[in-house]
Design a protein around this ligand. Structure first.
Ligand code: NAD
Ligand code: IPM
Ligand code: MN
Length: 361
């Protein structure tokens, strides 16, 4: 089969890690007889530098007209880059928000799983990790604080900034359905995370999630406040199967969960609409501190490409081949700097990509 993929390298380590994910896709193509056609698209800082905006209409159209999108990361040093001190819609991150909204990618699936051998990279004690860590965060991606009205103004001589958090029932219901469907294929437990002791939007969230849960009698639903969840994640991570939460809480909790897998460089993600279309990207950012050094961990991006094969193209055995290759390389003792431990063999970004390719046969 032939597939058309829009590729957005982006900024910082983006181009480095996307190169490795494409290499792995091409290896899959070679072994399993598929062809992946890539169209490169600018987004983020690179697009600002070329066109003055973080995402052009043409770039969005190219993404829309492809079978799926592969993204590295966008953005520069926050607070200290030429892309920072400008209007919100002109920042690199605005391109990411615009493509998520423009493609209606309301469900962000972030699997967090501790691979065998990475226990030393996980900061939790072995007895806390227990039998392992394997969960999925289903994060709402096109609503909430990220997309509410915002402005900065002067009120009585004092600067004031406003961000608004809005959710409607439809937005909550559709992402809740994704979480319950995800749980049906796993351990059948959904933990819905909110701040219903304070926020109206969380109260509505809880009500709608309970309604959706009624359609999934086999799935156990638990509600948890977000502050407690942040604590429970490091106290007893094994209790979670699927966490369902709103945009901002999901952003924060997924970075926390990533560390339990050893590094944010391990956390893949899929951003999905109602159908088969998706944008696949690591959960981490453009890591300006290590950009250009050839040391970034490409595994999150490579595992995101595997998610693309599974979700968008229904290529289950190809996706498994990639995941197994990652497991084999880790079992062989190879580690990028972020997951390095005593006695292991340190590799760079490119070498890690090559090693993973060599295990796909
Ligand atoms: P970050 O995720 O880029 O980096 C946080 C830390 O993790 C850094 O020390 C970095 O070196 C390390 N890290 C991240 N990915 C790594 C990898 N693959 N291998 C090894 N180490 C890795 O977060 P940040 O520093 O807060 O943000 C930097 C920029 O990225 C900002 O402009 C931010 O807005 C942007 N960002 C973009 C995305 C995205 O495009 N999806 C996601 C998050 C942050
Ligand atoms: C992520 C990132 C983005 C988000 C930023 C860059 C807008 O942190 O994908 O997790 O908060 O969604
Ligand atoms: Mn984030």
């Amino acid at each position: 089969m032939e597939y058309r993929i829009a590729v957005i390298p982006g900024d910082g380590i983006g181009p480095e890690i996307v190169t490795e994910a494409k290499k792995v896709l091409d290896r899959v193509g070679q072994v399993f007889g598929h062809t992946f056609h890539y169209t490169e698209v600018d987004m983020g800082g690179v697009s600002i530098d070329k066109y003055g905006v973080p995402l052009t209409k043409e770039a969005l159209e190219t993404a829309k007209n492809s079978d799926s999108v592969l993204l590295g990361a966008v953005g520069g040093h926050v607070g200290n880059s030429r892309w920072y001190d400008v209007a919100p819609e002109l920042r690199p991150e605005a391109g990411l928000l615009a493509i998520r909204k423009g493609l209606n990618l309301f469900a962000n699936i972030r699997p967090a799983c501790l691979y065998d051998g990475l226990e030393d990279a996980c900061p939790l004690k072995r007895e806390i990790i227990g039998d392992g860590f394997d969960m999925v965060i289903v994060r709402e991606l096109t609503g909430g604080l990220y997309f509410g009205e915002r402005h900065t103004e002067e009120v009585n001589g004092v600067m004031q900034a406003t961000d608004t958090l809005v959710y409607n029932e439809t937005e909550i219901r559709r992402v809740a359905v994704k979480a319950f469907e995800t749980a049906m294929k796993r351990k059948k437990k959904v933990t819905s995370v909110d701040k219903a002791n304070v926020l109206d939007s969380s109260r509505l969230w809880r009500k709608v999630v309970a309604e959706v849960a009624a359609d999934y009698p086999e799935v156990a639903l638990e509600n948890m406040l977000v502050d407690n969840c942040a604590m429970q994640l490091v106290m007893d991570p094994g209790q979670f199967d699927v966490i369902l939460t709103e945009n901002m809480f999901g952003d924060i909790l997924s970075d926390e969960a990533s560390m339990i897998t050893g590094s944010i460089g391990m956390l893949s993600s899929a951003s999905l609409n109602e159908g088969k279309f998706g944008l696949y990207e690591p959960s981490h950012g453009s890591a300006p501190d290590i950009a250009g050094k050839g040391i970034a961990n490409p595994i999150a991006t490579i595992l995101s490409a595997a998610m693309m094969l599974r979700f968008s193209f229904d290529l289950d055995k190809e996706a498994e081949a990639v995941e197994n290759a990652v497991k084999k390389v880790l079992a062989g003792g190879y580690r990028t700097a972020d997951i390095m431990a005593e006695g292991m063999k340190q590799t760079g970004t490119k070498e890690m990509g090559d090693l993973i390719c060599s295990q796909i046969a």
